[in-house]
Design a protein around this ligand. Sequence first.
Ligand code: GDP
Ligand code: MG
Length: 596
Amino acid sequence: MEHLRNFSIIAHIDHGKSTLADRLIQAAGLVDARGFRDQILDTLDLERERGITIKSNTATLPYTGLDGRTYQLNLIDTPGHVDFSYEVSRALASCEGVLLLVDASQGVEAQTLANLYAAMEHDLVIVPVINKIDLPSADVDRVKGEIETELGLEADRAILCSAKEGLGIQDVFEAIVSRIPAPQGDPSKPLAALVFDAHYDPFRGAVVACRVFDGRVRVGDHIRFLSNGAVYKVEEVGLFRLKREPRPELEAGQVGYILAGIKTVSDVRIGDTITLNEKPVAAALPGFREVKPVVFSSIYPVSSDDYASLQDALEKYKLNDAALVYQKDSSAALGQGFRCGFLGLLHLEIVQERLEREYDQSIIMTIPSVQYRFTLDTGETITVENPQYYPDPVHIKGTEEPYIRAAILCPDRYMGAVLKLCTERRGENPRFSVPGPGRVEIVCDMPLAEVIYDFYDRLKTVTQGYGSFDYEWIGYRSSDLVKLDILVNGEKVDALSLIVHRNRARTWAVQVCDRLKEEIPRHQFKIAIQGAVGGKIIARSTISAFRKDVTAKCYGGDITRKRKLLEKQKKGKKRMKMVGSVSIPQSAFVAVLKTD
Ligand code: GDP
Ligand code: MG
C-alpha cells in the first residue's frame, strides 16, 4: 500500500483542472501524443463544449519518483458544479489528499473556497498549486498572498505550474508522492468499499467505481450492497487506465472498478458500501445518503405521435444517469408526457440537451418548479412540485418553500448591483465580508425557486462575468404562495401553471402574457391571454384577428409559391399544440421560460 496515492484535483471553474488532469495522464504515458486530445476525461460532447465535467472519471497513473520507486497514483475526478456536490463529497471521501488549483491571474474565487472547505471536512492533505504561470497577467505574489490570507494555507509550499505549457508537472507529481499519505487499511479485514461513481456500459451493465478501505474483492466473490442488501457475483475487477484494465483483485487502499452483471446504474447508489456476502463488514462507511431531486419539470413530445419514442429515449438515458427520476404525467394542453426530477437546473439542462441531441427528441419542458410544502386543515403535511396538484386553497393552513444560503463573491464595485439582484429575488438578511482587497463576499438567504431560474446568468450579467456563486440548502421557511394559471381564450393551459410567491405573481403573469402574445401567431379570431390567481385576472394581453388569408396575396399568381407557403404552414403545424381552437407553437412554451 506504500506505493499508492489517492487524490483529486479541485478548483474554481476554468482554473485548469481538466487541462492539468490531461497533462498528468499524458506525462504518465497512458496516451501517446498522437492519441491525445484535449480534456480526455471530459468524455461527453456536452462537457467538452461547456468545459465542465458532468460525470466524474478516474484514472490510475504509474509514476516513478525521484526516489526511484514506482508509485500508482489514482486520480479521482470530480464533477464541477453545485448540483453534483454529493457526488463530489463521495469522491473526496475516497482520497487522502487534493491538489487545490488556483489560477495565477484570477486568484482565489468562491468555488476555490467551497472546495477547500469540502476537502477539509474529509481531513484531506491539501496541496496548493498555482496554475497558468505562463500567462502575462499571472501575478504569483498576489495569489500567494490570497492563499495565505483567504485560504489559510502555507503559500511558500505552493507548487507553480502551467498545465497548458507543461511547466512544473514533475513538481506536481513529487508533491503528490511526498506530501499526500499512502492509504491505510487492512486487506485481511472484511471487505468495505465505497461507491463513488457508476456509469453504464451497454455490454457489461453498470461499471461501479469504488475505493476499497478494508479487505479485498476478487472475481467470483459474492458482493452485497449494504443500503438495499442486493447481492451480485463479481465478473471482473480492475483499474481505470482510460480503458478498463482487468486485475485479479482489488485490495485495501485501491481505487478501481467492479463489474457484476448489474443491469443499470439505477441499481447502484453513490455513497453505498460494498461488502462480501459471506463475511460482511459490521458497519457501513459513513456519509451515505439517498440523492433526492430538487427541481421538477414535465417533458412532453412536441408531436404526440412521438410519445413512445420519448419514453424509449428516457429509459435509455436513465441507464446512465441514476439521478434523473421520472414518471408518467399528462396535461390537458400537452397530452401525455413525463414528470421529471433533477438535482438542479444544470442537471435539467443537461438532460434536455442530451435528449434533443443524442436521442433526437423534439420536446417541450414546463416551467421548472421546486417542491413546496402545504399544511392542510386536516393537520396533514403534503409536498407538491407539480402545480397541477396544488391543493384546494380553502383547505390550506400553511405554505412553505425551500431556502438556500447563497454565497456570492465579486469585485466590490459590483456590490450594489448584486444586492439589487438579490433583493429582486427575495433575498433576506444579506451579510458581507471582505475576503481580500477589492473583493466582497455577499451571503444571503434566498428561496430556491428564485435561483433555479436564470439567477446565475443574471449574476454574470450584472457583474460582467466576475461574480461567482455557490449555495447550500438550509431547509423550509413559511411563505405566501399562490397558484398562477394562464388562460388562452378562457381555456386553462395547465402546462403553464406555476406555484409562485404572491408578490411575484403579477410580474410573472405579465411576462408570460407578453411572451405568448409575441409567440402565438394570429388566428381568424381574436385571442385573449390572461393570467389568473384564484379566478381573479391579474394580467392580460390580446392578439387581434388577422384580416387576410396568407395565400391571398399570391392568388392566381405563382402556383409553386402558393404550394410552398402551404407546405410551410403544414410543417409549422407539426410543432404546434392545440389549446381549444388556438394553436400554440413549441417556441411559445420555450419562450416563457426565458426571462430578461
Ligand atoms: P477547468 O474548468 O478547471 O477544468 O479548466 P480547463 O482545464 O477546462 O481550463 C480552462 C481554460 O484555461 C482552457 O481554455 C485552458 O486551455 C486554459 N488553461 C488551463 N491551464 C492553463 C495554463 O497553464 N496556462 C494557460 N495560459 N491557460 C491554461
Ligand atoms: Mg474541466
